[in-house]
Design a protein around this ligand. Structure first.
Ligand code: SF4
Length: 345
């Protein structure tokens, strides 16, 4: 049972059935960056979600949002950042590339300002841990206990295909919700999500406890302040916005049959058809030889017995994301910036 295929099918389903942003494989710790990777993150939209969509298609760097650079008067960049110079420079350049900052020069000095106020666009962050087979739980217990004690996300949910027994539920932290996910026989599309247990909201506004190194008989922990969590929540939401969940690849192999899935619907999509002829689903890398969705980066290549070299299918992920979600690859904010620049050329 491939966790990768399960994850992509679930992302495609959530994208087709929920408001907001779906992303996968994002850092979910604060004190130990990279110490916890969240499988799926759903960002539920807040009151100014449309303003965020109109601002930029990319992630806005956290240091730029947290700086004293505002939308009114432009500020000398060195006066506006309370962090290392290099980090500030990187944040400014990335914020300008993203279309969130604009810069001007006065007397040989660089001044920056926000093109628009940063909007209040996030309501809840939902983290989903995928464990299709509960018979092989791996590190599940530690991961979910970290999510609950840290309280970085609003709710944590376990998604599985296994039958969930009372014993399983007893072992999981009480606040964690549980979904039993049903898929098609080919495993490429979700047909139903059965809510076995609803999640309870986590204490995002309280200090959190993040487990660090675990040694026999001892676990080092960090106490994480609500302010540090709030910063990380914003960064997590921004990364989710910029990255989405289509970070997988299609193999250059004849056996790969890109497949369009949307909830319980599924249709084969020949690699040769044009983008406009494709169905309205999310396109996944289905392998006919293997009989499932494959992770091209880790499993495909000449060492696979079914491999037959072919052109890589040309799938336009940006166009697909734009068609299926509110995300806009060419938003009004960037267009306004562009026409503003035209005045000087
Ligand atoms: S798993 Fe093997 S046969 Fe299938 S697409 Fe990848 S390389 Fe080709």
């Amino acid at each position: 049972m491939s966790e990768f295929a399960f994850e992509l099918a679930l992302c495609a389903h959530l994208e087709g059935h929920r408001e907001g942003i779906v992303a996968r494989q994002l850092g979910g710790s604060v004190a130990d960056p990279g110490g916890r990777i969240l499988d799926i993150v759903c960002v539920e939209p807040g009151p100014e979600f449309a303003d965020r969509v109109a601002l930029t298609a990319d992630a806005i760097p956290g240091a730029a949002i947290e700086s004293a650079v505002g939308p009114g008067r432009a500020r000398y960049w060195k006066d506006a950042f309370d962090c290392h110079r290099e980090r500030a420079r990187r944040a400014i350049d990335d914020a300008i590339d993203a279309g969130f900052f604009e810069r001007e020069r006065r007397n040989g000095r660089e001044y920056v300002r926000q093109v628009a106020r940063y909007p209040d666009w996030v309501d809840r962050l939902v983290a989903i841990e995928n464990k299709p087979d509960l018979g092989r739980p791996g590190d599940l217990d530690r991961q979910l206990r970290t999510d609950v004690s840290l309280g970085l996300v609003d709710v944590a949910i376990l998604a599985t295909e296994s039958y969930v027994t009372r014993a399983h539920l007893h072992r999981l932290p009480d606040a964690v919700g549980v979904w039993r996910v049903h898929r098609t026989d080919r495993g490429d599309a979700v047909t139903e999500i059965e809510v076995v247990r609803e999640p309870t909201s986590l204490a995002v506004a309280e200090p959190g406890i993040e487990p660090l190194a675990v040694q026999p008989g001892q676990t080092d922990v960090a106490v994480v302040s609500p302010e540090a969590k709030a910063r990380m929540r914003r960064r997590l939401a921004e990364r989710a916005y910029g990255k989405g969940w289509r970070t997988y690849a299609f193999p250059g192999c004849r056996s790969c049959e890109p497949e369009s899935v949307s909830g319980s619907d599924r249709e084969s999509v020949p690699a040769a058809v044009s983008e406009t002829d494709r169905t309205d689903g999310a396109t996944l890398p289905y392998c006919a030889w293997k009989g499932g969705v494959v992770d091209a980066r880790s499993t495909c290549g000449p060492s696979c017995p079914g491999y037959e070299a072919a052109d890589r299918p040309a799938i336009d992920f940006e166009a697909e994301r734009a068609r299926r979600t509110p995300w806009d690859p060419d938003p009004e904010g960037e267009r306004r910036q562009q026409s503003g620049l035209d005045r000087f050329t």
